[in-house]
Ligand binder design. Structure first.
Ligand code: SF4
Length: 392
């Protein structure tokens, strides 16, 4: 494995590739992702644009290859014909290398018909399915504006588990209108009992990028009442407890896995490793900085069809920004931040200063500090943002 140069040192690199597929069948009212609702999806044109972007960006990432993970996210990438996954994976292998046994994830929704195509999706090279279940309860699904019903979600999970993927993940959301603590716990219990090996459980959040989504506007106007912060926190606690007792311990703030099923691709983000992002709204990161493609599909197509990179933002990420990001991301993991790797990247003085700032948190039982690692405790993880702001 090659080193990835960062300010002041080198870290072991594990390259990931993220491909964003922006199309969805409808727009869920809480969603702030780069999404476009399309009746007819321009699958061929989009694949050609993604491949053109790969060609233009590959040289910068090739020295970090081979890629150890690929993630087709969205949007609803399972609406894409499976042949496009094979074509893109083949191009990634040609331009960057693709490790033997690389994790290749695909997001799918219970209602998009992907279950009928799981065999073809697997044959195209996908090894891991991430299902947007959100809940098994019809009232909660309706409150979230989702198109599927609980029964469909159960069937899709069963089909994914039977299709022979190396891993299957289920996304759950808690904190929807009318949802109770027991309701959230019951979703987690059901997920664990189905034998799913990986679960991402997120609180419904309507801040930051989501402040202007329809559900956020309704909540602000008082026409929509959501569970309050205490109830939402209690739901989170109940979900974590159910998942842990069902054999899915938490390994990251929102992620749980059985032994051997941690999401390699997402681990790359939390360990601040390099990643190539392709597609509308996708972001990528290298030692020289980060880029984020603009969201509208029109300019994305037009630029790449002219032979240019798509419009977007570039952020050079200076040393301080990189160090803060390393702390914020690393402390999302239950096992915390590797202090030796932190010292190698940012110098012994910065690592010693971090240790000093962490000491009072350890005394309060919010963090644990050993010779090699700094981690937040269960209580500390609930205050992740606040505590990290004190540590940077
Ligand atoms: S299906 Fe997923 S990506 Fe599409 S609008 Fe709904 S939440 Fe957003």
């Amino acid at each position: 494995m090659r080193g990835w140069p960062v300010a002041g040192g080198e870290v072991a690199a594990s390259l990931g590739v993220y491909i964003h597929f922006p199309y969805c069948l409808s727009h869920c009212p809480y969603c702030d992702f780069a999404v476009e609702v399309a009746r007819t999806i321009p699958g061929e044109r989009y694949a050609a644009a993604v491949l053109a972007e790969l060609d233009r960006r590959a040289d910068g990432f090739a020295p970090l290859g081979p890629a150890r993970s690929v993630f087709f996210g969205g949007g609803t990438p399972s609406l894409w014909e499976p042949a496009f996954f094979a074509r893109i994976l083949e191009a990634i292998d040609r331009r960057l290398g693709l490790s033997e046994g690389a994790e290749v994830s695909l997001e799918a929704n219970p209602e998009d018909g992907a279950a009928d195509r799981f065999a073809a999706i697997r044959a195209a090279g996908v090894t891991r399915i991430s299902l947007g279940v959100q809940s098994f309860d019809d009232a909660t699904l309706k409150a979230l504006g989702r198109r599927h019903r609980g029964e469909e979600a159960s069937r899709a999970v069963g089909a994914a588990l039977e299709a022979g993927f190396a891993s299957v993940s289920v996304d759950l959301i808690y904190g929807a209108r009318g949802q109770t603590i027991e309701g959230a716990a019951s979703d987690a219990r059901r997920t664990a009992s189905l034998g799913v090996p990986h679960v991402s459980a997120y609180a419904l959040t309507l801040d930051e990028l989501a402040v202007e989504v329809p559900m956020a506007r309704l909540a602000r106007s008082g026409r929509l009442r959501l569970p309050d912060a205490d109830d939402q926190a209690a739901m989170g606690g109940a979900v974590r407890e159910e998942l842990a007792s069902g054999g899915l311990p938490r390994y990251e703030i929102s992620n749980h896995a059985r032994e051997g099923h941690r999401a390699r691709h997402n681990l790359g983000y939390w360990l601040a490793e390099p990643y190539l992002g392709l597609g509308v709204g996708a972001a990528g990161a290298l030692a020289t900085g980060r880029y984020t493609n603009a969201r509208p599909t029109g300019p994305y197509f037009e630029s790449l069809e002219r032979g240019e990179l798509p419009p977007g933002e570039r952020d050079p990420l200076d040393r301080d920004a990189r160090r803060s990001e390393r702390i914020f991301l690393g402390l999302r993991l239950v096992e915390g931040l590797d202090l030796a790797a932190f010292a190698a990247a940012f110098g012994g003085a910065d690592a010693a200063a971090l240790r000093e700032r962490a000491r009072p948190l350890a005394e309060l039982g919010l963090a644990s500090l050993s010779r090699d690692r700094l981690a937040l405790t269960e209580r500390g993880l609930d205050l992740h943002g606040e505590l990290c702001a004190r540590l940077v």
